[in-house]
Design a protein around this ligand. Structure first.
Ligand SMILES: [Fe+2]
Length: 288
């Protein structure tokens, strides 16, 4: 649907660069779920020396857009712009999302209308100022963080994307950044995965890491998700990636939702097959 859209969904060309001093926790797609965001931040806070970064989509679907934006601002957590953030921040009248079923379309329309009316001028202003790319210097090399893909705010990079396509993306991103990349970190699909992709011309891999969703997971596990990346700090030369699942106050989310005209459906405890499994560290290890 975005092909015909007048909205420019390319990420802002700005590139923030920072050096990581230790392992990193990445999360995205909070989508106005304040209990989910609080649970993720509490879990990260309990890990000494781990730095938090947010890859965007703070608003939409959930009942707490202002609170989510305010909390990340207050905590000074580096945050990128997602497609929904651009839609609401710039008042474009669309979010760049793809809906297939009639139910999804109705849910999406209710979300856009309610969120556009609920956000404050301060929230819109903060959303508009979010950046497009974050380059992170680590002992194993440069990590590039974006919301969805290096070239679009609303491109869905699912884990079944053909390898040739990911190789092209990696190559284009390296050209744009002017440096080799060890990994690309992103979200947007709400389904976490990690995948090593051979570089098109050099004997090395570029690792694609999707951090899932901190507010509205779509992988059958209702708990908030974030990615922990240890880029050579604990073990020299090794990029270790794990996904952390955190339960949150689902009842509080539902109560807040009921006070709005949103018709969003969130998976909750008891509605998925993974209820009762360990609450964190469902690890996937990726060797450098
Ligand atoms: Fe997104």
């Amino acid at each position: 649907m975005d092909e015909a859209s007048p909205v420019d969904w390319r990420p802002d060309p700005s590139v923030d660069r920072r050096r990581a001093a230790g392992p990193l926790a990445f999360f995205s797609d909070v989508h106005g779920n304040l209990p989910g965001l609080r649970a993720v931040l509490a879990d990260i806070d309990a890990r000494p020396g781990v730095e938090a970064l947010c890859l965007g989509d703070l608003v939409g679907y959930g009942p707490h857009p202002n609170e989510a934006v305010g909390l990340l601002h207050e905590r000074r957590i580096p945050t990128l712009m997602g497609n929904y953030d651009r839609g609401i921040g710039l008042e474009t009248g669309e979010c760049g999302c793809v809906y297939v079923t009639d139910d999804q379309k109705a849910e999406g329309a209710a979300s856009l209308a309610w969120t556009a009316g609920a956000v404050t001028a301060a929230t819109r202003s903060r959303l508009r100022r979010l950046g497009g790319h974050l380059l992170i210097d680590t002992p194993v090399g440069l990590l590039l963080a974006v919301h969805a893909s290096p070239r679009r705010l609303n491109e869905y990079l699912f884990d079944d994307r053909p390898e040739a396509s990911l190789r092209r993306l990696a190559s284009e991103a390296e050209l744009e950044m002017g440096a080799p990349l060890r990994a690309i970190l992103f979200g947007h699909t709400h389904v976490p995965y990690v995948r090593d992709v051979p570089h098109p011309t050099q004997d090395r891999t570029v690792t694609f890491i999707n951090d899932g969703s901190a507010g509205r997971p779509r992988d059958g596990d209702w708990r908030a998700c974030y990615a922990l990346v240890d880029a050579g700090f604990s073990e020299p030369g090794t990029l270790a990636v794990s996904f952390v699942r955190v339960p949150y106050d689902f009842a509080a989310l539902q109560e807040a939702l009921a006070e709005t005209s949103l018709i969003t459906t969130f998976q909750g405890p008891g509605t998925d097959a993974l209820e009762g499994s360990p609450s964190s560290q469902q690890g996937v290890l990726d060797e450098a």
